[in-house]
Design a protein around this ligand. Structure first.
Ligand code: MG
Length: 155
C-alpha cells in the first residue's frame, strides 16, 4: 500500500463558474485558473500521483499548454487513473477536505463523491469529501479563495 497527499488553492473571482468535484455549485464567483480550476479534483489528482511517486499535475498537465484551457478536471482525473492502472495501482480510498467559507457545500458533497468515484471506478463509499470553514480566518475565511486537501491510499 502507498499513501499520498495533495493540496491545492485557487482564487475566487467574478465571471467564472464554481466547479468542485465536477459539480457546478451556484455562486456569484468561481475559481480562477487555466483549466476549470476544480480545486478538489486537483488535490485528489496530486494525492494519487504522489502516492504513485509520479510528478504532480503541474508537470502532467502544464498550464501553459492551450490543450488544457478550461478543460474539465474530471477528464484529467481519468488520465491520472489510466497512468496509475498502467502501473498496476488501484485506489483503496480517498479522504478529502475543502476549506471554503462560502457558499455552503453540504448539498453538493454527495454529487462530488459520485463524480470522483465514477471516474476512478471505485465505490462512492471509498470517496469521502468534507467541507469546513476556517472561521473567517485567512484567505479562505475572507472568501478570497478555496483550498482543498486530499489523502489517498493506493494498492
Ligand atoms: Mg489547481
Amino acid at each position: 500500500m502507498r499513501i499520498g497527499h495533495g493540496y491545492d488553492v485557487h482564487r475566487l473571482v467574478e465571471g467564472r463558474r464554481l466547479i468542485l468535484g465536477g459539480v457546478e455549485v451556484p455562486y456569484e464567483r468561481g475559481l480562477l485558473g487555466h483549466s476549470d480550476s476544480d480545486v478538489l479534483t486537483h488535490a485528489v489528482m496530486d494525492a494519487l500521483l504522489g502516492a504513485a511517486g509520479l510528478p504532480d499535475i503541474g508537470v502532467q498537465f502544464p498550464d501553459r499548454d492551450p490543450a488544457y484551457e478550461n478543460i474539465s478536471s474530471l477528464t484529467l482525473l481519468a488520465r491520472v487513473r489510466d497512468l496509475l492502472s498502467a502501473r498496476g495501482y488501484t485506489v483503496g480510498n480517498i479522504d478529502a477536505t475543502l476549506l471554503c467559507q462560502r457558499p455552503k457545500l453540504r448539498p453538493y458533497i454527495d454529487a462530488m463523491r459520485a463524480n470522483l468515484a465514477r471516474i476512478l471506478g471505485i465505490p462512492q463509499s471509498d470517496v469521502n469529501v468534507k467541507a469546513t470553514t476556517e472561521e473567517g480566518l485567512g484567505f479562505t475565511g475572507e472568501g478570497l479563495g478555496i483550498a482543498a486537501h486530499a489523502v489517498v491510499l493506493l494498492k
